[in-house]
Design a protein around this ligand. Structure first.
Ligand SMILES: NC(=O)c1ccc[n+]([C@@H]2O[C@H](COP(=O)([O-])OP(=O)(O)OC[C@H]3O[C@@H](n4cnc5c(N)ncnc54)[C@H](OP(=O)(O)O)[C@@H]3O)[C@@H](O)[C@H]2O)c1
Length: 248
């Protein structure tokens, strides 16, 4: 029970990495606030976790909705504030830039960059005031590298990494820690957000090539648990985690 008494907000908790992280952190005694757009998924997870004795709150919210995220921030402050934010919600509608899917570019920027900032803005002032807190952003190996058809996605993840490291420096004086976790390929619903048919099947073929085990969401959840349970003087600034078989 390493997180007894801690209040943790996990964005994108309705599936994949966020869901696995919610399970593990709740098991460790945290009060978990689960947010995403799919109410049914959040409710099912909340029922499961509270059945195991966890304290769970749900926030159905689109992270790209600035006003709604500010309202979540106010409700969380009324709850006593958030100790740990797992800034995880993201989307990946990949396509070559020439295909000009401008709406999808904007969606990635709105969710992966602005959504991350809105969540930070919702909890960081309270953390700074209390001189305690931890913000864990889930970027990607795509925060370090670039891949064809992933120009905008990589751009958003590079931005998250840059924001994380800047925030880390600014937050030191407030005793607030910042970590950027960079997963390689993880077996989640993420490739289903690719609406370009050819690219979606190419990405899935590549991720799920026979005999090539990729990461499970639980592998990243354990990394999250590791970073948030270090002694107060330790800041794990970045963590890059690939499946053994992934070269780039
Ligand atoms: N899977 C990988 O290989 C991989 C690798 C590196 C990094 N990542 C990153 O890991 C994070 C989690 O992704 P995942 O792999 O676990 O994929 P996933 O299963 O598709 O989960 C994405 C989560 O984000 C939420 N979400 C998406 N758009 C949202 C929005 N507008 N507002 C609120 N919530 C939204 C989804 O919930 P709703 O649809 O219910 O809103 C879902 O809970 C993402 O940031 C992703 O970029 C994944």
């Amino acid at each position: 029970m390493q997180l007894q008494g801690k209040r943790v907000w996990i964005t994108g908790a309705s599936s994949g990495i966020g869901e696995a992280t919610a399970r593990l952190l709740a098991e460790e005694g945290a009060l978990v606030v689960l947010s995403a757009r799919r109410r049914d998924k959040l409710e099912a997870l909340a029922t499961e976790l509270s059945g195991q004795g966890a304290e769970v709150h749900i926030e159905v919210v689109d992270v790209s909705d600035r006003a709604a995220m500010a309202a979540v921030g106010e409700r969380l402050a009324a709850l006593g504030g958030i100790d740990i934010l797992i800034n995880n919600a993201g989307t990946m509608p990949l396509s070559p830039i020439l295909s000009g899917r401008v709406d999808e570019w904007e969606q990635m920027i709105d969710v992966n960059i602005k959504g991350v900032l809105y969540a930070i803005h919702a909890v960081y002032p309270g953390m700074a005031e209390r001189k305690d807190g931890h913000i864990v952003n889930i970027s990607s190996v795509a925060a370090r590298l670039t891949y064809q058809s992933a120009g905008v996605y990589c751009g958003t993840k590079h931005a998250v990494r840059a924001i994380s490291d800047t925030l880390r420096k600014e937050a030191i004086r407030f005793g607030v820690r910042v970590t950027d976790i960079q997963p390689g390929s993880v077996d989640t619903e993420l490739p289903d957000s690719i609406r370009h048919d050819k690219i979606r099947s190419a990405v899935k073929d590549n991720m799920y090539a026979e005999g090539s085990p990729i990461l499970k969401p639980e592998d990243i959840a354990r990394a999250v648990l590791y970073v948030v349970t270090q002694p107060a003087h330790v800041d794990v600034s970045e963590l890059l985690i690939r499946p053994l078989i992934q070269e780039n």
